[in-house]
Write a protein that binds this ligand. Sequence first.
Ligand code: HEC
Ligand code: HEC
Length: 334
Amino acid sequence: MILSVALATAWAWLHGQTVAEKKNEEKSVVFPKPSLPADNTPSRERSALGERLFHDTILSIDGTVSCAACHVPEFAFGDDVDRSRGFEGRLGKRNSPPLFNLAWKPHFFWDGRATTVREQVLEPIQNHLEMAANLRRVLSDLNRNKSYRRDFEKAYGPGPITSKTLALALENYLLTIVSTDSKYDRFQAGKATLTPLEKRGHQLFFTRHQEGGAGCFQCHGGPHFTDYQFRNNGLAPDDDLRDEGRFRATGQEVDKWRFATPSLRNIALTSPYMHDGRYQKLADAVAHYQGPLHQSATLDPQLKGDGLKLSDEDLSALVAFLETLTDPRFVEEQ
Ligand code: HEC
Ligand code: HEC
Protein backbone atom coordinates (compact mmCIF):
# COMPACT_ATOMS: atom_id res chain seq x y z
CA MET A 1 0.00 0.00 0.00
CA ILE A 2 1.10 3.52 -0.69
CA LEU A 3 0.27 4.58 2.83
CA SER A 4 3.01 2.67 4.57
CA VAL A 5 5.75 3.83 2.21
CA ALA A 6 4.47 7.39 2.18
CA LEU A 7 4.07 7.51 5.92
CA ALA A 8 7.63 6.35 6.37
CA THR A 9 8.76 9.07 3.98
CA ALA A 10 6.69 11.71 5.76
CA TRP A 11 8.19 10.63 9.08
CA ALA A 12 11.64 10.86 7.58
CA TRP A 13 10.95 14.43 6.48
CA LEU A 14 9.61 15.31 9.84
CA HIS A 15 12.34 13.73 11.93
CA GLY A 16 15.31 14.33 9.68
CA GLN A 17 16.35 12.32 6.66
CA THR A 18 17.67 8.77 6.86
CA VAL A 19 21.39 8.07 6.56
CA ALA A 20 20.97 6.59 3.07
CA GLU A 21 19.16 9.72 1.91
CA LYS A 22 21.83 11.98 3.39
CA LYS A 23 24.56 10.10 1.54
CA ASN A 24 22.87 10.66 -1.79
CA GLU A 25 21.91 14.22 -1.10
CA GLU A 26 24.62 15.81 -3.19
CA LYS A 27 23.50 14.19 -6.39
CA SER A 28 19.78 13.70 -5.71
CA VAL A 29 16.97 16.09 -6.29
CA VAL A 30 16.89 18.03 -3.04
CA PHE A 31 13.48 18.56 -1.55
CA PRO A 32 13.24 21.37 0.95
CA LYS A 33 11.76 20.45 4.33
CA PRO A 34 7.98 20.68 4.02
CA SER A 35 6.01 22.79 6.45
CA LEU A 36 3.88 20.18 8.16
CA PRO A 37 1.27 21.54 10.56
CA ALA A 38 2.57 21.34 14.14
CA ASP A 39 -0.87 20.49 15.52
CA ASN A 40 -1.48 17.52 13.19
CA THR A 41 1.70 15.44 13.16
CA PRO A 42 1.45 12.30 11.04
CA SER A 43 0.65 9.13 12.93
CA ARG A 44 -0.48 5.75 11.74
CA GLU A 45 -3.90 6.12 13.45
CA ARG A 46 -4.54 9.54 11.96
CA SER A 47 -3.44 8.74 8.42
CA ALA A 48 -5.25 5.40 8.35
CA LEU A 49 -8.42 7.15 9.52
CA GLY A 50 -8.00 9.81 6.83
CA GLU A 51 -7.47 7.12 4.22
CA ARG A 52 -10.61 5.30 5.33
CA LEU A 53 -12.65 8.51 5.09
CA PHE A 54 -11.13 9.33 1.71
CA HIS A 55 -12.50 6.07 0.28
CA ASP A 56 -15.86 6.20 2.06
CA THR A 57 -19.07 7.35 0.37
CA ILE A 58 -20.43 8.23 3.84
CA LEU A 59 -19.18 11.75 3.05
CA SER A 60 -21.72 12.25 0.22
CA ILE A 61 -25.45 12.88 0.39
CA ASP A 62 -26.61 9.89 -1.62
CA GLY A 63 -23.83 7.56 -0.49
CA THR A 64 -22.42 7.17 -4.00
CA VAL A 65 -19.42 9.49 -4.19
CA SER A 66 -16.17 9.27 -2.25
CA CYS A 67 -13.12 11.50 -2.56
CA ALA A 68 -11.41 8.61 -4.33
CA ALA A 69 -14.07 8.65 -7.07
CA CYS A 70 -12.37 11.72 -8.52
CA HIS A 71 -8.93 11.28 -6.96
CA VAL A 72 -8.10 7.76 -8.10
CA PRO A 73 -4.88 6.29 -6.65
CA GLU A 74 -3.71 4.70 -9.93
CA PHE A 75 -4.00 8.07 -11.71
CA ALA A 76 -1.74 9.67 -9.07
CA PHE A 77 -4.97 10.63 -7.26
CA GLY A 78 -6.36 12.52 -10.24
CA ASP A 79 -9.01 11.10 -12.58
CA ASP A 80 -9.24 10.18 -16.23
CA VAL A 81 -12.06 12.45 -17.39
CA ASP A 82 -11.80 16.02 -18.63
CA ARG A 83 -14.07 17.45 -15.99
CA SER A 84 -15.11 15.42 -12.97
CA ARG A 85 -18.63 14.23 -12.34
CA GLY A 86 -19.92 14.22 -8.78
CA PHE A 87 -23.31 13.90 -7.10
CA GLU A 88 -25.97 12.59 -9.57
CA GLY A 89 -23.37 12.68 -12.31
CA ARG A 90 -23.29 16.48 -12.33
CA LEU A 91 -20.46 17.86 -14.39
CA GLY A 92 -17.97 20.14 -12.64
CA LYS A 93 -16.07 22.98 -14.26
CA ARG A 94 -12.54 21.79 -13.71
CA ASN A 95 -10.22 18.84 -14.12
CA SER A 96 -9.53 17.00 -10.90
CA PRO A 97 -5.90 17.63 -9.91
CA PRO A 98 -3.66 14.77 -8.80
CA LEU A 99 -2.89 14.70 -5.08
CA PHE A 100 0.70 14.19 -3.93
CA ASN A 101 3.45 16.26 -2.31
CA LEU A 102 0.75 18.53 -0.88
CA ALA A 103 2.99 19.10 2.16
CA TRP A 104 5.04 21.44 -0.04
CA LYS A 105 2.13 23.18 -1.76
CA PRO A 106 1.46 26.76 -0.67
CA HIS A 107 -2.08 26.94 -2.07
CA PHE A 108 -4.82 24.62 -3.34
CA PHE A 109 -7.33 24.46 -6.22
CA TRP A 110 -6.56 25.74 -9.72
CA ASP A 111 -7.14 29.29 -8.49
CA GLY A 112 -5.36 28.93 -5.15
CA ARG A 113 -8.40 29.93 -3.10
CA ALA A 114 -7.40 27.74 -0.12
CA THR A 115 -4.03 27.93 1.60
CA THR A 116 -4.15 24.90 3.88
CA VAL A 117 -5.26 21.34 3.21
CA ARG A 118 -7.65 21.31 6.15
CA GLU A 119 -9.39 24.42 4.80
CA GLN A 120 -9.74 22.73 1.45
CA VAL A 121 -11.05 19.27 2.34
CA LEU A 122 -14.46 20.26 3.64
CA GLU A 123 -15.33 22.21 0.51
CA PRO A 124 -15.98 19.21 -1.78
CA ILE A 125 -18.33 17.70 0.82
CA GLN A 126 -20.48 20.85 0.79
CA ASN A 127 -20.07 21.70 -2.90
CA HIS A 128 -23.29 20.70 -4.69
CA LEU A 129 -21.42 19.55 -7.78
CA GLU A 130 -19.08 17.24 -5.95
CA MET A 131 -20.54 15.49 -2.94
CA ALA A 132 -23.54 17.66 -2.08
CA ALA A 133 -23.79 16.61 1.54
CA ASN A 134 -24.66 18.77 4.45
CA LEU A 135 -21.70 18.75 6.79
CA ARG A 136 -23.93 18.54 9.84
CA ARG A 137 -25.53 15.39 8.48
CA VAL A 138 -22.19 13.82 7.65
CA LEU A 139 -21.00 14.53 11.19
CA SER A 140 -24.11 13.00 12.71
CA ASP A 141 -23.72 9.88 10.52
CA LEU A 142 -20.09 9.58 11.58
CA ASN A 143 -20.92 10.10 15.24
CA ARG A 144 -23.53 7.34 15.10
CA ASN A 145 -20.98 4.95 13.63
CA LYS A 146 -19.26 3.09 16.48
CA SER A 147 -16.24 2.11 14.48
CA TYR A 148 -15.59 5.69 13.33
CA ARG A 149 -16.10 6.95 16.90
CA ARG A 150 -13.43 4.50 18.04
CA ASP A 151 -11.01 5.41 15.24
CA PHE A 152 -11.42 9.16 15.85
CA GLU A 153 -10.84 8.70 19.58
CA LYS A 154 -7.65 6.77 18.90
CA ALA A 155 -6.46 9.47 16.52
CA TYR A 156 -7.61 12.70 18.15
CA GLY A 157 -8.66 11.82 21.69
CA PRO A 158 -12.09 11.52 23.31
CA GLY A 159 -15.10 13.63 22.37
CA PRO A 160 -17.52 13.83 19.46
CA ILE A 161 -16.34 13.93 15.86
CA THR A 162 -16.37 17.55 14.68
CA SER A 163 -15.76 19.30 11.37
CA LYS A 164 -12.33 20.13 12.76
CA THR A 165 -11.28 16.54 13.49
CA LEU A 166 -12.79 15.40 10.18
CA ALA A 167 -10.69 17.98 8.33
CA LEU A 168 -7.59 17.08 10.34
CA ALA A 169 -7.90 13.37 9.59
CA LEU A 170 -8.29 13.96 5.84
CA GLU A 171 -5.40 16.44 5.94
CA ASN A 172 -3.19 13.99 7.83
CA TYR A 173 -3.69 11.33 5.18
CA LEU A 174 -3.27 13.67 2.22
CA LEU A 175 0.01 15.02 3.60
CA THR A 176 1.45 11.49 3.64
CA ILE A 177 1.01 11.00 -0.11
CA VAL A 178 4.56 11.69 -1.14
CA SER A 179 6.04 11.06 -4.57
CA THR A 180 9.80 11.43 -4.94
CA ASP A 181 10.90 8.25 -6.66
CA SER A 182 10.59 8.67 -10.42
CA LYS A 183 13.09 7.47 -13.01
CA TYR A 184 14.30 11.07 -13.17
CA ASP A 185 15.02 11.09 -9.40
CA ARG A 186 16.92 7.82 -9.80
CA PHE A 187 18.84 9.29 -12.73
CA GLN A 188 19.78 12.32 -10.60
CA ALA A 189 20.97 9.98 -7.86
CA GLY A 190 23.10 8.03 -10.35
CA LYS A 191 20.87 4.94 -10.16
CA ALA A 192 19.31 5.05 -13.65
CA THR A 193 20.28 6.20 -17.11
CA LEU A 194 18.23 8.20 -19.58
CA THR A 195 17.82 7.10 -23.21
CA PRO A 196 19.19 9.50 -25.87
CA LEU A 197 15.63 10.72 -26.57
CA GLU A 198 14.94 11.34 -22.86
CA LYS A 199 18.29 13.15 -22.58
CA ARG A 200 17.39 15.40 -25.50
CA GLY A 201 14.04 16.16 -23.83
CA HIS A 202 15.82 16.90 -20.56
CA GLN A 203 18.09 19.36 -22.34
CA LEU A 204 15.20 21.09 -24.12
CA PHE A 205 13.19 21.30 -20.91
CA PHE A 206 15.97 22.97 -18.94
CA THR A 207 17.25 25.35 -21.66
CA ARG A 208 15.81 28.79 -22.32
CA HIS A 209 13.88 29.35 -25.54
CA GLN A 210 16.30 32.14 -26.54
CA GLU A 211 19.12 29.60 -26.27
CA GLY A 212 17.48 27.01 -28.49
CA GLY A 213 15.57 25.14 -25.76
CA ALA A 214 11.88 24.96 -24.82
CA GLY A 215 12.13 26.96 -21.56
CA CYS A 216 9.70 24.74 -19.63
CA PHE A 217 11.78 24.93 -16.44
CA GLN A 218 11.06 28.66 -16.17
CA CYS A 219 7.62 27.80 -14.81
CA HIS A 220 7.81 24.04 -14.21
CA GLY A 221 11.20 24.17 -12.45
CA GLY A 222 12.47 23.10 -9.02
CA PRO A 223 12.16 19.74 -7.27
CA HIS A 224 8.39 19.68 -7.78
CA PHE A 225 8.44 20.79 -11.40
CA THR A 226 6.34 23.84 -10.58
CA ASP A 227 7.14 27.36 -9.40
CA TYR A 228 3.88 27.39 -7.38
CA GLN A 229 2.89 30.64 -9.12
CA PHE A 230 -0.24 31.58 -11.06
CA ARG A 231 0.32 32.10 -14.76
CA ASN A 232 -1.51 32.46 -18.03
CA ASN A 233 0.06 29.96 -20.44
CA GLY A 234 -1.89 31.14 -23.47
CA LEU A 235 -4.85 28.74 -23.58
CA ALA A 236 -7.81 30.21 -25.44
CA PRO A 237 -10.64 30.68 -22.91
CA ASP A 238 -13.53 28.24 -23.23
CA ASP A 239 -16.64 30.28 -24.15
CA ASP A 240 -19.05 28.10 -22.17
CA LEU A 241 -17.06 27.78 -18.98
CA ARG A 242 -15.62 31.30 -18.92
CA ASP A 243 -13.31 30.21 -16.12
CA GLU A 244 -11.22 33.25 -15.24
CA GLY A 245 -8.92 31.29 -12.92
CA ARG A 246 -7.08 33.15 -10.18
CA PHE A 247 -9.29 36.21 -10.83
CA ARG A 248 -12.15 34.31 -9.19
CA ALA A 249 -10.17 34.15 -5.94
CA THR A 250 -8.72 37.69 -5.91
CA GLY A 251 -10.98 39.86 -8.12
CA GLN A 252 -7.87 41.53 -9.54
CA GLU A 253 -7.61 42.19 -13.29
CA VAL A 254 -3.97 41.03 -13.40
CA ASP A 255 -5.13 37.57 -12.31
CA LYS A 256 -7.58 37.02 -15.17
CA TRP A 257 -6.98 33.69 -16.95
CA ARG A 258 -4.11 32.80 -14.67
CA PHE A 259 -4.03 29.30 -13.14
CA ALA A 260 -1.75 27.54 -10.69
CA THR A 261 1.25 26.11 -12.55
CA PRO A 262 0.75 22.34 -12.13
CA SER A 263 3.55 20.02 -11.04
CA LEU A 264 4.70 17.85 -13.93
CA ARG A 265 5.59 14.93 -11.68
CA ASN A 266 3.51 11.86 -12.62
CA ILE A 267 2.18 13.79 -15.60
CA ALA A 268 1.95 10.66 -17.78
CA LEU A 269 -0.65 9.29 -15.30
CA THR A 270 -2.92 12.31 -15.16
CA SER A 271 -4.51 12.68 -18.61
CA PRO A 272 -6.51 14.69 -19.60
CA TYR A 273 -4.59 17.95 -19.22
CA MET A 274 -5.03 21.61 -18.27
CA HIS A 275 -7.57 23.07 -15.84
CA ASP A 276 -10.48 22.03 -18.06
CA GLY A 277 -8.99 18.78 -19.31
CA ARG A 278 -9.00 19.98 -22.93
CA TYR A 279 -6.09 17.79 -24.09
CA GLN A 280 -6.35 14.02 -23.93
CA LYS A 281 -2.77 13.24 -24.85
CA LEU A 282 0.40 14.43 -23.20
CA ALA A 283 1.84 15.12 -26.65
CA ASP A 284 -1.06 17.49 -27.37
CA ALA A 285 -0.56 19.34 -24.08
CA VAL A 286 3.13 19.82 -24.95
CA ALA A 287 2.27 20.81 -28.54
CA HIS A 288 0.14 23.63 -27.11
CA TYR A 289 3.39 25.54 -26.57
CA GLN A 290 4.16 25.35 -30.30
CA GLY A 291 1.60 28.16 -30.67
CA PRO A 292 -0.18 30.16 -31.75
CA LEU A 293 -0.90 31.08 -28.13
CA HIS A 294 -3.98 33.05 -27.20
CA GLN A 295 -2.89 36.68 -26.90
CA SER A 296 -4.26 38.60 -23.93
CA ALA A 297 -3.08 41.24 -21.47
CA THR A 298 -2.14 38.62 -18.89
CA LEU A 299 -0.32 36.16 -21.18
CA ASP A 300 2.91 35.31 -19.38
CA PRO A 301 5.81 37.47 -20.68
CA GLN A 302 7.93 34.32 -21.05
CA LEU A 303 5.50 32.99 -23.63
CA LYS A 304 5.12 36.13 -25.74
CA GLY A 305 6.08 35.48 -29.36
CA ASP A 306 5.13 32.93 -31.97
CA GLY A 307 5.44 29.76 -29.91
CA LEU A 308 8.20 27.18 -29.91
CA LYS A 309 8.18 25.67 -33.41
CA LEU A 310 10.02 22.51 -32.33
CA SER A 311 10.60 19.62 -34.74
CA ASP A 312 8.44 16.52 -34.32
CA GLU A 313 11.43 14.70 -32.94
CA ASP A 314 12.07 17.36 -30.31
CA LEU A 315 8.41 17.26 -29.31
CA SER A 316 8.67 13.49 -28.84
CA ALA A 317 11.85 14.04 -26.84
CA LEU A 318 10.04 16.40 -24.46
CA VAL A 319 7.24 13.87 -24.00
CA ALA A 320 9.77 11.08 -23.41
CA PHE A 321 11.47 13.21 -20.76
CA LEU A 322 8.15 13.99 -19.07
CA GLU A 323 7.43 10.26 -18.93
CA THR A 324 10.54 9.82 -16.75
CA LEU A 325 8.75 11.86 -14.07
CA THR A 326 6.37 8.98 -13.27
CA ASP A 327 6.70 7.44 -9.84
CA PRO A 328 6.01 3.73 -10.43
CA ARG A 329 4.55 3.28 -6.94
CA PHE A 330 1.27 4.83 -8.03
CA VAL A 331 0.85 2.14 -10.66
CA GLU A 332 2.42 -0.88 -8.99
CA GLU A 333 1.42 -0.78 -5.36
CA GLN A 334 -2.36 -0.80 -5.57
C1 HEC B 1 -16.66 15.03 -8.17
C2 HEC B 1 -15.22 14.98 -8.15
C3 HEC B 1 -14.49 15.30 -6.85
C4 HEC B 1 -14.72 14.77 -5.60
C5 HEC B 1 -15.81 13.80 -5.16
C6 HEC B 1 -13.68 15.32 -4.75
N1 HEC B 1 -12.86 16.14 -5.46
FE1 HEC B 1 -11.19 17.07 -4.79
N2 HEC B 1 -11.09 18.12 -6.49
C7 HEC B 1 -11.90 17.97 -7.59
C8 HEC B 1 -11.69 19.05 -8.54
C9 HEC B 1 -12.39 19.23 -9.88
C10 HEC B 1 -10.72 19.90 -7.94
C11 HEC B 1 -10.20 21.23 -8.50
C12 HEC B 1 -11.27 22.27 -8.18
C13 HEC B 1 -10.85 23.69 -8.41
O1 HEC B 1 -9.69 23.95 -8.72
O2 HEC B 1 -11.70 24.56 -8.26
C14 HEC B 1 -10.35 19.27 -6.66
C15 HEC B 1 -9.36 19.75 -5.81
C16 HEC B 1 -8.94 19.09 -4.67
C17 HEC B 1 -7.75 19.44 -3.89
C18 HEC B 1 -6.75 20.55 -4.20
C19 HEC B 1 -5.55 19.95 -4.87
C20 HEC B 1 -4.56 20.95 -5.38
O3 HEC B 1 -3.43 20.54 -5.66
O4 HEC B 1 -4.89 22.13 -5.55
C21 HEC B 1 -7.71 18.57 -2.81
C22 HEC B 1 -6.67 18.54 -1.70
C23 HEC B 1 -8.89 17.72 -2.92
N3 HEC B 1 -9.58 18.05 -4.06
C24 HEC B 1 -9.25 16.76 -1.98
C25 HEC B 1 -10.50 16.15 -1.97
C26 HEC B 1 -11.07 15.43 -0.83
C27 HEC B 1 -10.39 15.25 0.52
C28 HEC B 1 -12.29 14.98 -1.23
C29 HEC B 1 -13.31 14.22 -0.40
C30 HEC B 1 -13.77 14.87 0.81
C31 HEC B 1 -12.48 15.39 -2.62
N4 HEC B 1 -11.39 16.11 -3.02
C32 HEC B 1 -13.58 15.04 -3.38
C33 HEC B 1 -12.78 16.92 -7.79
C34 HEC B 1 -13.32 16.18 -6.75
C1 HEC C 1 4.89 30.81 -18.39
C2 HEC C 1 4.83 29.61 -17.59
C3 HEC C 1 4.85 28.27 -18.29
C4 HEC C 1 5.78 27.79 -19.18
C5 HEC C 1 7.02 28.47 -19.72
C6 HEC C 1 5.37 26.43 -19.47
N1 HEC C 1 4.23 26.11 -18.78
FE1 HEC C 1 3.25 24.37 -18.84
N2 HEC C 1 1.74 25.15 -17.71
C7 HEC C 1 1.73 26.41 -17.16
C8 HEC C 1 0.46 26.66 -16.55
C9 HEC C 1 0.04 27.91 -15.80
C10 HEC C 1 -0.33 25.50 -16.77
C11 HEC C 1 -1.78 25.28 -16.35
C12 HEC C 1 -2.65 26.01 -17.36
C13 HEC C 1 -4.13 25.82 -17.23
O1 HEC C 1 -4.60 24.69 -17.08
O2 HEC C 1 -4.83 26.83 -17.33
C14 HEC C 1 0.52 24.57 -17.49
C15 HEC C 1 0.12 23.29 -17.86
C16 HEC C 1 0.98 22.37 -18.46
C17 HEC C 1 0.65 20.97 -18.67
C18 HEC C 1 -0.64 20.30 -18.24
C19 HEC C 1 -0.52 19.90 -16.78
C20 HEC C 1 -1.75 19.30 -16.16
O3 HEC C 1 -1.64 18.81 -15.02
O4 HEC C 1 -2.83 19.33 -16.75
C21 HEC C 1 1.73 20.39 -19.27
C22 HEC C 1 1.88 18.93 -19.68
C23 HEC C 1 2.73 21.42 -19.45
N3 HEC C 1 2.24 22.61 -18.94
C24 HEC C 1 3.96 21.22 -20.00
C25 HEC C 1 4.85 22.24 -20.31
C26 HEC C 1 6.02 22.07 -21.15
C27 HEC C 1 6.48 20.76 -21.75
C28 HEC C 1 6.59 23.31 -21.27
C29 HEC C 1 7.76 23.70 -22.12
C30 HEC C 1 7.57 23.49 -23.54
C31 HEC C 1 5.78 24.23 -20.49
N4 HEC C 1 4.74 23.54 -19.93
C32 HEC C 1 6.05 25.59 -20.35
C33 HEC C 1 2.77 27.31 -17.21
C34 HEC C 1 3.88 27.21 -18.05
